[in-house]
Design a protein around this ligand. Structure first.
Ligand code: AMP
Ligand code: MG
Length: 292
């Protein structure tokens, strides 16, 4: 339980010291079994979350090309009812997006209460790709760490649970995955010419990620560094982190739903007392229509 340690704002991050192949001694089969149990719990929790409509969740997925963002989304989505879950992806900004502040395109995709929003890349690109490629002056991207923290605080104050995952893969694993994409028809669409070029900025990206994680981790919007060379381990620890973050809310959602049920019954009772039976013709307490 709780294999992934959340970064909540203390200390330096050294990605070079974290093994992307780490799997905590677990194997594929035991991970898959444990993940299935968590999946079932997530399905149940999300239904309550959606019904109660009190709390939203934002899941930020970041990582270098082929780190597993798409695979993670497919995996998490398979546990939840799509009605209560949304996915937003963030690519190179369009001219219109680029003519606004960097959070302009992001904020509309923040989850409403009751809903899980998954970001495939996010506002963090503006301190990652933008920093690595010098797309804006240093003082502009530097100021963004504080702006991101303010933005995320606003969401947290508006009943949003935030989890941020950096999918940490090794350079060798990336090479294999990119080569694999090239060969396989179903995944060739994912490969862009830029991926091999981006790979040459590996250590710059790592440095940028380290600073983003160090600077933008808070107890209410933690970053998790996910060893992601093994997809089954990645799926397991991310599902676990999501379930563990939502589980504590469950009693309050259940209580709320109970109150909603009581209020609805009281309303029906009032209508019955007023008219002997309610307007639709349901006989008091019989649950049957009078005409039946
Ligand atoms: P992908 O998600 O692999 O389809 O690629 C999207 C590309 O858009 C990645 O190379 C990102 O780094 C890039 N990108 C996303 N957001 C931004 C941004 N705000 N500024 C510059 N590049 C970005
Ligand atoms: Mg890509």
């Amino acid at each position: 339980m709780g294999i992934l340690k959340a970064h909540t704002g203390n200390g330096k991050v050294h990605l070079g010291e974290i093994d992307p192949g780490f799997h905590d001694g677990l194997d594929r089969a035991s991970c898959a079994a444990a993940t299935a149990v968590l999946h079932a719990e997530l399905t149940e929790i999300q239904e309550l979350m959606y019904a109660a409509g009190l709390t939203g969740m934002l899941i930020v997925l970041q990582g270098l090309d082929s780190a597993g963002k798409d695979g993670t989304i497919a995996h998490v989505m398979s546990a939840v009812n799509p009605q209560g879950c949304r996915v937003a992806g963030f690519k190179v900004p369009t001219p219109e997006e680029a003519s606004h502040d960097f959070l302009w395109r992001v904020h509309p995709h923040a989850p409403p209460r009751g809903v899980i929003a998954i970001f495939n890349r996010s506002h963090y690109e503006d301190v990652l790709a933008v920093r690595v490629h010098n797309l804006v002056p240093t003082e502009v991207w530097r100021a963004r760490y504080a702006q991101i923290n303010h933005f995320e605080n606003l969401l947290v104050d508006s009943q949003t649970v935030i989890l941020k995952f950096f999918l940490h893969i090794s350079k060798e694993e990336q090479k294999e995955r990119l080569l694999e994409r090239e060969k396989t028809t179903e995944t060739a669409w994912k490969l862009s010419a830029g991926d091999w070029h981006e790979r040459t900025f590996w250590s710059d990206y790592h440095r940028a990620y380290e600073e983003a994680i160090e600077t933008c981790s808070t107890p209410h919007a933690p970053w998790f560094i996910v060893p992601a060379d093994h997809k089954w381990f990645r799926n397991y620890v991310i599902t676990e982190a999501i379930v563990e973050a939502l589980r504590p809310y469950r009693p309050s959602w259940e209580k709320h739903l109970k109150q909603v049920g009581v209020a609805a019954r009281e309303e029906l009772q009032k209508m019955r007392l007023a008219g002997g039976a309610d307007a639709d013709g349901i006989a008091p307490d019989s649950g049957k229509r009078k005409t039946e």
